[in-house]
Design a protein around this ligand. Structure first.
Ligand code: PRP
Ligand code: URA
Length: 211
């Protein structure tokens, strides 16, 4: 199978807001608000290829044919914790999406993810699922989340992250060549602790004010 598509969302508004998200001086409240706003803007890009149906509609002056999004239903699957911060922003554009959750934590020594929670809509396998996480570092968490969804018969999956390391993109493409990846920035590399350089630090800690 050929490699999946990687889309870098280069819209100036996304890039501008991402700079303030990266800045270590940005406080928790502003960090949350900016992540929420970027998620909304990225949702616009990730839904670009949703199929449309044509319906009849009566305007105040004429009958016409117009487009509506066809029956394809969307599900959001944030990876806990940090993925939670992107959910509301996407729901602003897709309010009817259902939301499942996957809890994964990276072991700080091995960098391997451990699944501690999963709860999906019962019809998840019929939906286009968007897996959400601000950071794609080694790719271990995203790969595990997508594998978990596939084990539950989910087949239509996209991945949305704010910042990715080249190592993580390659790993996801190898493990899941059918899953397109949407990111706001492709950074330089990982450091020896598995942090993205330059990145934004620990996304969960910055989102929730922990450390
Ligand atoms: C962070 C981040 C991703 C993961 C990325 O979560 O939100 O889920 O690391 O790293 P990877 O690509 O190397 O797997 P973390 O495990 O720190 O959990 P948290 O969201 O609860 O802070
Ligand atoms: N997880 C984070 O939160 N930040 C990184 O840079 C890498 C993994």
């Amino acid at each position: 199978m050929s490699k999946s598509k990687v889309v870098i969302c280069e819209h100036p508004l996304i890039q501008h807001k991402l700079t303030f998200i990266r800045n270590q001086e940005t406080n928790t409240k502003d960090f949350r608000e900016l992540v929420d706003e970027v998620a909304t803007l990225m949702a616009y890009e990730i839904t670009r290829d949703l199929p449309l149906d044509t319906i009849s509609v009566r305007t105040p002056v004429a009958e016409t044919e117009a487009k509506v999004i066809s029956g394809r239903m969307v599900g959001l699957v944030p990876i806990l914790r940090a993925g939670l911060g992107m959910v509301e922003g996407i729901l602003k554009l897709i309010p009817s999406a259902k939301v499942g959750h996957i809890g994964l934590a990276r072991d700080h020594e091995t960098l391997l993810p451990r699944e501690y929670y999963i709860n999906l809509p019962t019809d998840a396998h019929e939906r286009l699922l968007i897996v959400i996480d601000p950071m794609l570092a080694t790719g271990g968490s995203a790969i595990a989340a997508i594998s978990s969804l596939k084990q539950r018969s989910c087949e239509q999956i996209k991945l949305m992250c704010l910042i990715a390391a080249p190592e993580g993109v390659r790993a996801v493409q190898e493990a899941h060549p059918d899953v397109d990846i949407y990111i706001a920035a492709l950074d330089e590399r990982l450091n020896e602790k598995g942090y993205i350089i330059p990145g934004l630090g620990d996304a969960g800690d910055r989102m929730f004010g922990t450390n």
